[in-house]
Design a protein around this ligand. Structure first.
Ligand code: SAM
Ligand code: DTB
Ligand code: SF4
Length: 322
């Protein structure tokens, strides 16, 4: 959506400060005007290169700086990735997201192999997504030519708080990669994490930054922190259920046509919280028992919940536009 009048931070703060049920009511209405409310998009996630990352993201079990028990691995083979994507499709996923614990994409045989993975997954009739860290124009263009539909690159939190979470890159580095992705004609998947000890102001800043992108990100993952032992954020308390629903509702109202993904942290959420998130406009999840290195909700439980709520995944072979 493009705003006729530029969206101010105060607009976002006013929305964020409203009564929760009032917000959910409006978000549900916006959601119904722009989406089929009975459909939940199901993406599947695979870590194609795990651990040993030089970055210092305080939430991340894959940083080489923390003792988290995650072993650094090699980049997977294309055949193994294709097999995993095939299983994900059979299991009900329509998008396959491949993550690498890299600071940035660089030239060489490993990047070439990622291009092969993208082409192979695309050939299965799945939407393709990768998250490889920072990306320049040339690598973005090569990914698009290989058949990449989406690039995931999160802003994670507000600009002011960013340096307290990550020191090895800047907010502007993040925005620059997002520009390269956009300019190459790849769709943008960009969101953040709740539960890192952030203030309401940081959440408002993040929502403002996401919503004022033109065009807005087609996918907006809302992660809640999976607090992993050994990371600096291991001791963080879980996000309150109403705070998560509030952020989902504001994201839905501000970004009416985007897919809002209830992303990491669902394994720790009560069904009732997830239900209210779906009502407030969340319409995408990661399906599969594993995220990148941590457990996700079990598919059987997800299908049972969706059925109880009268929701269903997208029919496979239907390509989505957002
Ligand atoms: N290295 C790349 C990067 O940082 O962009 C791609 C992989 S990184 C694991 C992708 C995203 O996963 C991060 O931006 C962050 O939002 C999310 N993430 C990582 N660890 C998390 C955790 N413990 N809890 C919730 N989200 C997490
Ligand atoms: C996103 O926003 N969340 C996903 C995906 N994009 C790549 C990653 C979640 C990772 C959770 C921690 C782990 O499993 O390592
Ligand atoms: Fe590395 Fe990405 Fe984890 Fe940061 S979030 S430590 S860049 S894998």
């Amino acid at each position: 959506m493009t705003h006729a009048v530029p969206l101010t931070r105060q607009d976002v703060a006013d929305l964020y400060g409203r009564g929760l049920l009032d917000l959910v009511y409006e978000a549900a209405d916006v959601h119904r005007r722009h989406h089929d409310p009975s459909t939940i998009q199901c993406a599947s996630l695979l870590s194609v290169k795990t651990g040993g990352c030089p970055e210092d993201c305080a939430y991340c079990p894959q940083s080489a700086r923390y003792e988290t028990g995650v072993e650094a691995g090699e980049l997977m083979d294309v055949d193994a990735v294709t097999a995993a994507a095939t299983r994900a499709k059979q299991g009900g996923a329509d998008r396959f997201c491949m993550g690498a614990a890299w600071r940035e994409a660089t030239d060489g045989p490993e990047f070439d192999r990622v291009l092969e993975m993208v082409a192979a997954v695309k050939a299965l009739g799945l939407e393709t997504c990768v998250t490889l860290g920072m990306l320049d124009r040339v690598h973005a263009e090569r990914l698009r030519r290989a058949g990449l539909d989406y690039y995931n690159h999160n802003l994670d939190t507000g600009r002011e708080d960013y340096a307290s979470i990550i020191t090895t890159r800047t907010y502007d580095d993040r925005l620059e990669t997002l520009r390269h992705v956009r300019d190459a004609g790849i769709k943008v998947c960009c969101g953040g994490i709740l539960g890192m000890g952030e203030s309401h102001d940081a959440r408002i800043d993040l929502l403002h930054e996401l919503a004022r992108q033109t065009p807005q990100p087609e996918s907006v993952p809302i992660n809640t922190l999976v607090a992993v032992a050994g990371t600096p954020l291991a001791g963080q308390a879980a996000v309150e259920w109403d705070e998560l629903i509030r952020v989902v509702a504001v994201a839905r109202i501000l970004m009416p046509t985007s897919k809002v993904r209830l992303s990491a942290g669902r394994a720790q959420l009560h069904d009732a919280t997830q239900t209210l998130c779906f009502l407030a406009g969340a319409n995408s999840i990661f399906l599969g028992g594993r995220l990148l290195t941590t457990p996700n909700a079990e598919p059987a439980e997800d299908f049972a919940l969706l059925e109880r709520l009268g929701l269903h995944g997208m029919p496979t072979d239907v390509t989505t536009s957002s």
